[in-house]
Design a protein around this ligand. Structure first.
Ligand code: PNS
Length: 169
């Protein structure tokens, strides 16, 4: 049987503002499914990010350093054009709950309409991570709550610096 991973390149796109253990759980799963996984940060996001693209790339690169087939990059413009330029045949997205489904379905179908040859693949994060989002993590730490175990230690330190001026909770 041929190896299904052979030659397969997938893009895992997102804002990653900042990376959480939920994202990392998906990256680990994706690194086992695809020969190469490119984690790509959207650079021209209309949302006001907390961290610059360079800061997010640095945190991601640190978090994925033990996965030799995972690369970190940024992109602008249409995701499917970026994916085609990188030789990817799949887009990887995570689904936590049914509430994610509608938005993800819309994007997947639009991307399919734009480039039918690129498939969107959905993975479920582990149950332990299904409630984590970058938005809630920022809110909780900003209000003095404990976020240990939800993001890597480096990310927690960066969040503390940015939102609390380095204060411990
Ligand atoms: O982590 P996010 O914010 O849910 O990620 C959203 C992202 C980056 C995947 C999405 O906004 C995107 O792909 N943007 C690029 C623009 C694009 O291709 N739009 C048309 C297809 S929906």
């Amino acid at each position: 049987m041929t190896n299904p991973k052979q030659g397969s390149v997938a893009i895992y796109p997102g804002s990653f503002d900042p990376i959480t253990y939920g994202h990392l759980d998906l990256i680990e799963r994706g690194s086992r499914l695809f020969q190469r996984l490119i984690v790509a940060i959207l650079s021209n996001d209309a949302k006001e990010p907390l961290f610059t693209v360079a800061e997010r790339m640095e945190m991601l690169a640190q978090a994925v350093k033990d996965y030799p087939n995972v690369e970190v990059d940024s992109f602008g413009g249409l995701l499917v054009d970026y994916a085609a330029a990188r030789g990817a045949t799949a887009l990887m997205r995570g689904i936590r709950a049914i509430s994610d489904y509608e938005y993800e379905l819309q994007m997947a179908l639009m991307n399919r309409r734009l480039r039918p040859e690129i498939e969107t693949v959905f993975l479920m994060a582990g149950e332990a991570y299904s409630f984590i989002s970058s938005r809630l993590v920022k809110q909780v730490i900003g209000l003095g709550g404990n976020i240990s175990g939800l993001v890597p230690p480096l990310v927690e330190a960066r969040l503390r610096d940015r939102l609390l001026g380095g204060k411990k909770s």
